[in-house]
Design a protein around this ligand. Structure first.
Ligand SMILES: Cc1cc2nc3c(=O)[nH]c(=O)nc-3n(C[C@H](O)[C@H](O)[C@H](O)COP(=O)(O)OP(=O)(O)OC[C@H]3O[C@@H](n4cnc5c(N)ncnc54)[C@H](O)[C@@H]3O)c2cc1C
Length: 367
């Protein structure tokens, strides 16, 4: 039986643990420090189809990622608080921009049936779907858009993994060499190590003499408790032009997010500036909201690369370490498929060039 370690219990590491735990050929240990996890802080929007990013490889990964999440939710029987296809609405101020977006939606639908129904909606129709919106918007409704709760998603997959025999260790770790891990109490040797540590990858690979082109990005969001939103369990996610995303998620909870701040390191302090910015945006959408409704704040650290593309695969010039990082602001969408592709490399070599550039674009040996 091969001994496998996974470093990182965010969406990539947790999905990888679940997938590997289905195979009896491996004994798996997952290490997670829990610090700065992007997955737990994330808003949870899964709706990549109307992105204007020109990066075709990223789009292919994100589109297939949205499809895979729906499959994974079904396969592992996630409840509706964890994964829900509630639809997404994208608004535009100008009708011409909306025409362009609608045309893009129809083109993309040809190769993305997961998008479901595409419908142009005026302010009245938006209010039928989201009764509490007071702003006048026009937009496009995509019925296949989904939202996940990153925290519950990961917990669900880790619970199944643990039942399948995965050993979960809550500890920060270091790589002693490419097969040896040192946690807070012991040193252990493995046949294979999967580094799924998000923005922590640089620090982990430094002792092996690798330099990784990944940067941390701080993301903050707020959660309000609005009794009037009590019944909006099925409400779609509103992605208003030039405003923060607006997500009623049922039980009176409303998420507003998120900020994108390129601060160095893991800065996990929630700031007043973020609160003011996020709340002002929410108020332009529902002018009855009050700061007294605030019940929670979240801060996480995304990882991003210079070309904003995720990467995954074998560490260059190494047969023991697999890596995945750089998932950026759409990593809940791409995380599970990245884990699936990464795990498939344990079985045989594959060509994933339709999803990413060569991994050597992002990681190289120093000197
Ligand atoms: C505020 C916010 C909103 C977001 N909204 C969305 C959204 O709506 N839709 C979307 O698709 N994406 C969203 N994202 C992006 C998404 O959350 C991330 O891209 C994704 O979660 C990254 O997953 P990951 O598993 O690579 O990393 P992470 O979730 O960061 O997990 C990495 C784990 O590795 C652990 N780790 C690191 N180093 C070590 C070490 N040395 N030892 C042990 N453990 C270690 C960390 O503690 C962490 O738990 C958002 C992100 C943020 C911050």
């Amino acid at each position: 039986m091969e001994k496998v370690a996974i470093i990182g219990g965010g969406i990539v590491g947790a999905t990888a643990a679940y997938l590997i735990s289905k195979n009896n050929d491996y004994s798996v240990t997952l290490y997670d420090s829990g610090k700065g996890q992007a997955t737990k802080a994330a808003a949870g929007i899964i709706s990549p189809w109307l992105s204007k990013r020109r990066n075709k490889k990223w789009y292919t990964l994100a589109k297939d990622g949205a499809t895979y999440i729906a499959e994974l939710a079904k396969e592992t029987q996630m409840n509706s608080k964890t994964y829900l296809q509630s639809g997404t609405i994208f608004t535009r101020k100008e009708s011409a921009d909306l025409d362009e977006l609608e045309s893009l939606a129809n083109q993309r639908k040809v190769n993305a049936l997961e998008m479901g129904a595409i419908k142009r909606v005026d302010a009245q129709e938006i209010r039928t779907l989201l009764p509490l919106v007071t702003a006048d918007f026009q937009g496009i409704f995509i019925s296949g858009g989904a939202r996940i709760d990153g925290n519950r998603f990961v917990k669900h997959l880790l619970e199944i993994s643990e039942r399948n025999g995965v050993n979960l260790v809550h500890s920060k770790v270091e790589l002693v060499d490419d097969q040896t891990i040192k946690d807070e109490s012991q040193v252990k040797k493995f046949d294979l190590i999967l580094v799924c540590a998000g923005a922590g990858i640089n620090e982990l690979l430094a002792p092996l003499n690798y330099e990784v082109q990944v940067h941390p990005q701080k993301g903050q969001l707020i959660e309000l408790n609005v009794p009037a939103y009590q019944n909006d369990v099925m409400a779609p996610v509103l992605m208003p032009e030039s405003e923060k995303d607006f997500m009623p998620i049922g039980d009176g909870r409303l998420i507003i997010g998120a900020t994108h701040e390129n601060t160095p390191g893991f800065d996990l302090k929630f700031t007043q500036d973020a609160l003011d910015d996020l709340f002002a945006s929410a108020k332009r959408i529902d002018n009855r909201l009050s700061k007294n409704d605030l019940i929670a704040t979240r801060v996480g650290t995304r990882s991003f690369t210079d070309d904003f593309s995720p990467f995954f695969g074998w560490l260059p010039n190494n047969d023991h370490v697999l890596v995945a990082s750089g998932l950026g602001s759409s990593g809940l969408t791409t995380g599970p498929i990245v884990a699936k592709l990464l795990v498939s490399l344990l079985e045989s070599s594959r060509d994933y060039s339709k999803y990413q550039k060569e991994i050597s674009n992002y990681i190289h040996m120093k000197g």
